[in-house]
Ligand binder design. Sequence first.
Ligand SMILES: Cc1cc2nc3c(=O)[nH]c(=O)nc-3n(C[C@H](O)[C@H](O)[C@H](O)COP(=O)(O)O)c2cc1C
Length: 168
Amino acid sequence: MSQLDVRPCRGCNWCAKHGQCIQRDDMDSLYPRLAASDGLVVAAPVFFYGLPAQLKAVIDRAQMFWNRKYRLRLPVRQPPRARGRGVLLSVGATTGRQLFTGTVLTVKYFFDALDVDYGGDLLLRGIDARGEVKEDSQAMEQAAGLGKNLVAGFSGAGRENKVEMENE
Ligand SMILES: Cc1cc2nc3c(=O)[nH]c(=O)nc-3n(C[C@H](O)[C@H](O)[C@H](O)COP(=O)(O)O)c2cc1C
């Protein structure tokens, strides 16, 4: 993700009229992959109580999907699946109660724009050094379980994790 050239959303609202983004960059190849993905894994550390800018740029550019879905009433996904399923993995250095609040909300709304069900998350506090999480065998098992659960959801089971969205 961080190697991709994805520029920030300009808020120009072109997509609200045309159902496509006016900017030409690496989102050109990401848009169809997001629309066709059965399973989506978002993995990112907490940066200032939110998502790193590179990933946030991708999510903001998903405003194209939001406009297709809610303004233009156009499909956002490629057949055959009507809905995808996604999970979130995140780490942060500190231990505050609200550490993942912003990240989780943003990812839930990102998934909603893509017709992707939120299939759970693994949110780990107190992880600062690169690779440190690999030493936590319980966390690694939980991550593997999340992955298995994600795949199990494709057989039709596991839809029980569908979450209620916050009111605007
Ligand atoms: C720009 C920046 C902002 C950060 N903001 C927070 C923060 O708000 N809260 C926190 O607990 N950790 C914060 N961190 C620490 C990272 O979440 C932590 O180091 C994480 O383990 C990095 O994961 P990585 O090695 O996969 O990049 C920040 C780190 C950076 C570089």
